[in-house]
Design a protein around this ligand. Structure first.
Ligand code: SF4
Length: 202
């Protein structure tokens, strides 16, 4: 963690947002889509001059939302989730700040809820995406096969709670920059001597 803190001090959420509602919608859009692409789509969905509200999304309507988000893939289910969340959050008055309430929102699963809790509400959560799953297993922080839930449990068991939220972002960034799926840059990796992956440096 000391080395990752040096490599990625003050890691910031990769999805552009100005409030919890924008982050929630951006995370929904990021399913099976890159953050970079989502960041090109959300400026078309959100007002330019102020943070987006549920009313803004409901005013756009289903057809317009579907057209805007089309390039992110799975646009039918994402449109349903986005409009459903807008409606529900309008009724609630705000984006909920608990896991139990977030996963009751339409189209919001455990990982989406944890990302919002970690990146907006700064709560101690550790959502596992494809990068974290790969990097944690290579490093030896986890030994979980294809089971991401197990990765989450194993990393949480060995890392103090107050570091979960930052470590989650740092492992994502490390996975994108250095410990890439194909051809990881092991020779320049700051964690090389700690890493347990037998194929490192090959
Ligand atoms: S040494 Fe290679 S496999 Fe291990 S964490 Fe670094 S980049 Fe990933």
């Amino acid at each position: 963690m000391k080395r990752l803190n040096k490599e990625f001090p003050d890691p910031q959420a990769p999805l552009t947002h100005r409030n919890a509602f924008e982050l929630l919608l951006a995370v929904i859009l990021s399913a099976q889509c890159t953050d970079a692409r989502v960041n090109t789509i959300t400026p078309l969905l959100f007002p330019k001059d102020r943070p987006c509200t549920p009313e803004d999304i409901l005013a756009l309507g289903e057809e317009t939302v579907r057209k805007i988000i089309f390039p992110t893939g799975y646009f039918n289910s994402k449109t349903k989730a986005i409009l459903g969340c807008a409606q529900r959050i309008l009724e609630l008055g705000q984006v909920p700040d608990s896991f139990e309430e977030l996963i009751k929102l339409p189209g919001v699963g455990g990982k989406t809820a944890q990302v919002v809790l970690a990146q907006w509400f700064k709560q101690d959560t550790f959502p596992v995406d494809t990068h974290i799953h790969r990097v944690a297993n290579r490093l030896g922080l986890a030994n979980s096969g294809k089971n991401r839930d197990k990765t989450e449990r194993q990393v949480k068991a060995s890392v103090p709670k107050e570091h979960w939220s930052a470590l989650h972002l740092q492992l994502v960034f490390h996975g994108r920059k250095t410990c890439t799926a194909a051809k990881p840059k092991c020779r320049s990796c700051p964690l090389n001597d700690l890493c347990l992956w037998p194929e490192k440096n090959l």
